[in-house]
Write a protein that binds this ligand. Structure first.
Ligand code: DUT
Ligand code: MG
Ligand code: MG
Ligand code: MG
Length: 344
């Protein structure tokens, strides 16, 4: 089949078969969150030694998808009772706050080293958010994880994504398909030279679902850490309905939405306002803002704009340069032929 500009498009029957194969493979693996619970317990015991008032919360893919994908890392944030009580509060961004977070993570790293000498740990202070990265050892401890401190936004944005993905049975599958494709193509920020984090891809999936009215808008303020459990319940995945037909159609439509309908020149993917209403102009995400950032020594691009629902003035797509935008388009074109490389 031919699409716009004569591009060839995978036949829907082939896509359906490939999608079912992907889901079948996933379902044949262990997806329950028991390994995460085990790590959560070990991390809790270490945190307890550093500061018994702090509680480690899980966020990221375990929460968003409600499963533990083998090889995925686990994201933790240690929160104080005050952080939890003020569960809708904005996260501090000052250097002082970052210093306090690093201090806590350093003390935690000392305990972790003592308790789990086989784990490979690295404290990263230079990033926007200080983080303790841990690569688990062999066997039961083989799970890798990141620990941050006193930042609620990850817990809130994970709960927000989960609230969207539970509205539509195909959504989690679409998220998993898009994530694995973004990693294979090197577009995922976890790959060297990649530019959009899994988090960013998830916002893109939700924005697409909103644009198609497949889900209802969830007010961002509704996510309050005070009402969120530190360890989310496991949500088993099910074989897609209608032999994968709806999922196959959705996957192809996701690709064509971003290829042919979304207007990156003016539009911002945002979960804050009704879908389609947020423009770059409204946020002052302009060429001039890029230039101003460069003067401050930052490299921020506003070519592919994804508004962070909880951080002020933050483009989750800020690493998409004009060159990477061109690559993204090329990969989307190829995705239309290969159903996100499932048929490659
Ligand atoms: N996060 C942010 N801002 C970012 C990136 C990440 O708040 O710019 C938080 C939210 C997200 C979590 O960190 O839910 C984990 O992000 P990641 O990109 O690692 O997503 P994931 O869903 O855990 O995917 P993966 O399986 O690739 O780890
Ligand atoms: Mg993760
Ligand atoms: Mg990750
Ligand atoms: Mg992580």
């Amino acid at each position: 089949m031919k699409g716009k500009a004569g591009r060839s498009i995978a036949a829907i029957g082939d896509v359906r078969a490939a999608v079912l194969r992907f889901c079948g493979e996933q379902l044949s693996r262990r997806l329950d969150t028991k390994p995460v619970e085990d790590v959560h317990q070990k991390v809790s015991a270490c945190v307890q030694q550093v500061d018994p008032t702090m509680t480690p919360y899980i966020f990221g893919s375990t929460v968003v998808l409600g499963v533990h994908e083998q090889g995925s890392d686990v994201d933790f944030v240690c929160l104080s009772p005050a952080d939890v009580q003020d569960g809708k509060g904005a996260d501090a961004v000052s250097e002082v706050a970052k210093g306090l977070q690093s201090g806590f993570l350093f003390r935690l790293s000392e305990v972790v080293k003592r308790e789990h000498y086989l784990w490979d740990i690295e404290l990263v202070r230079r990033t926007r958010v200080p983080v303790l990265r841990v690569k688990g050892g062999l066997g039961v401890d083989g799970v890798s994880f990141d620990v941050t401190a006193n930042r609620r936004n990850g817990v809130r944005n994970s709960a927000l994504l989960r609230a969207y993905f539970t509205q539509c049975p195909e959504a989690r599958w679409l998220s998993m398909l898009v994530k694995q494709w973004s990693k294979k193509t090197g577009l995922n920020a976890s790959v060297d030279g990649g530019c959009i984090t899994s988090y960013g891809w998830n916002i893109m999936v939700v924005y697409y679902l909103l644009r198609r009215k497949l889900v209802k808008l969830v007010p961002v303020e509704s996510c309050d850490v005070a009402n969120i459990a530190p360890m989310p319940p496991y949500m088993p995945l099910e074989t897609p309905q209608q032999d994968g037909q709806a999922l196959a159609v959705m996957l192809m439509d996701f690709v064509s939405y971003y290829l042919d309908e979304f207007t990156p020149e003016t539009e911002v993917m945002s979960l804050t306002r009704a879908a389609g209403e947020t423009t770059k102009e409204m946020l002052s995400w302009t060429k001039q803002a890029e230039d101003m950032a460069r003067i401050r020594g930052e490299r921020i691009h506003y070519r592919w704009c994804i508004e962070d629902p909880y951080e002020f003035d933050l483009n989750v797509g800020r690493n998409v340069t004009p060159f990477k935008l061109m690559l993204l388009r090329k990969h989307l074109e190829r995705a239309q032929e290969t159903a996100l490389l499932l048929l490659a």
